[in-house]
Design a protein around this ligand. Structure first.
Ligand code: ARG
Length: 349
């Protein structure tokens, strides 16, 4: 019988996703225990606490074949003087160069790539490695911060506030030759990027966002439009011209600090739990997520063990729902879900 109407549309959407899930899919998880993109110790322990919070079991329960490639090991450089005001340029450059190769290999081998940070400077390697395999990718950056400072606009000199500036073709002539980064080349157009969750943007960043016409949704925009509309516009902006791979770069500080306290640059007024999870569910529902980063979980900054565990477990929820975990009844009534299940068994044979 043909399915019609909104509920039927919902069921058909569910069917399509169940089918996509049922195809053998594999996820590659890689830890990047690195902290030199900023000044606070502890963010290099992010991969460990996210794994300890049960990441691998949760992904395996989603029927993926999960390949945990462990952690990269980064060499310690004795000599790494600042360049202009940029801190640890060679260390950040060489860590990202390693990550670039690993990300490219993982995506090239057909895995959905999950990078566990570490600080957000690591997106340079992760996104560019992904782009090496998928030059037409688009980028969704979920964060309290825009991380688009150039060495000239950065108020801190920290490279975790600058990764996007390395990626954008339009900023090429604003980027000096920073030691450690000779391997990088900008690969992304500003129209292929959308920000969600912004609420702490530096003046130079604001100027860049406005002058390049970058699509962004601040927390205030989310208040006004609602997360459902924000996701609709985001996906339309990135995918209406063509369907293409998505890279999701998720900074845990996008969430409100009451939910994700163990992070280095927390800012009040962030995403609620459902806003953050809805966003990832919508990305999963496109069927186009090809790689993601989960960064800036810092277990040394939680007030107590409970705060650290809450932050790490939120990170696991974000990754699992980006990869298709839904809570029973979250999308449809139990009856609809079981109708989906029965039909799926026939349809996916
Ligand atoms: N990934 C982050 N937590 N970034 C915070 C950046 C803070 C500030 N905008 C800076 O450039 O220093």
């Amino acid at each position: 019988m043909a399915l019609r109407g909104p509920v039927s549309r919902l069921i058909r959407t569910q069917l399509r996703h169940r089918c996509q899930q049922n195809r053998a899919q594999s996820v590659a998880v890689l830890g990047a225990p690195f902290c030199k993109g900023q000044k606070r110790r502890g963010v290099e322990l992010g991969p460990k606490v996210i794994r300890d919070a049960g990441l691998i079991d949760r992904l395996s329960a989603l029927d993926y074949s999960v390949h945990d490639f462990g952690d990269l090991s980064f060499q310690h450089l004795e000599q790494d003087e600042p360049y202009m005001d940029v801190k640890f340029p060679r260390s950040v450059g060489s860590a990202n160069n390693m990550l670039f190769s690993a990300a490219s290999r993982a995506v090239g081998a057909g895995h959905t790539f999950v990078m566990l940070g570490g600080d957000h400077s690591l997106a340079i390697g992760s996104v560019s490695g992904h782009a090496q395999q998928s030059p037409d990718l688009c980028l969704i950056w979920v964060d309290a911060h825009a991380d688009i400072n150039t060495p000239m606009t950065s108020p801190s000199g920290n490279l975790h506030g600058q990764p996007v500036a390395f990626m954008l073709k339009e900023l090429q002539d604003k980027m000096p030759d920073i030691p450690g980064f000779s391997w990088t080349k900008p690969f992304l157009s500003s129209r292929d990027l959308v920000y969600i969750g912004l609420r702490d943007v530096d003046p130079g960043e604001h100027h860049i966002l406005k002058s390049l016409g970058i699509q962004y949704f601040s927390m205030r925009d989310i208040d006004r439009l609602g997360i459902q509309r924000v996701m609709e516009v985001t996906l339309d902006h990135l995918l209406s011209r063509k369907q293409r791979p998505i890279h999701l770069s998720f900074d845990i500080d996008a969430f409100d600090p009451s939910l994700a306290p163990a992070t280095g640059t927390a800012v009040n007024g962030g995403l609620t739990y459902r806003e953050g999870i809805y966003l990832t569910e919508e990305i999963h529902n496109t069927g186009l997520l090809s790689a993601m980063d989960l960064v800036e979980v810092n277990p040394l900054l939680g007030a107590n063990q409970e705060a650290v565990e809450a932050t790490a477990s939120l990170a696991v929820d974000v990754i699992a729902s980006s990869l298709g975990q839904t809570r029973e009844g979250a999308h449809a009534s139990i009856e609809q879900m079981s109708a989906v299940k029965n039909d799926t068994e026939q349809l996916c044979l």
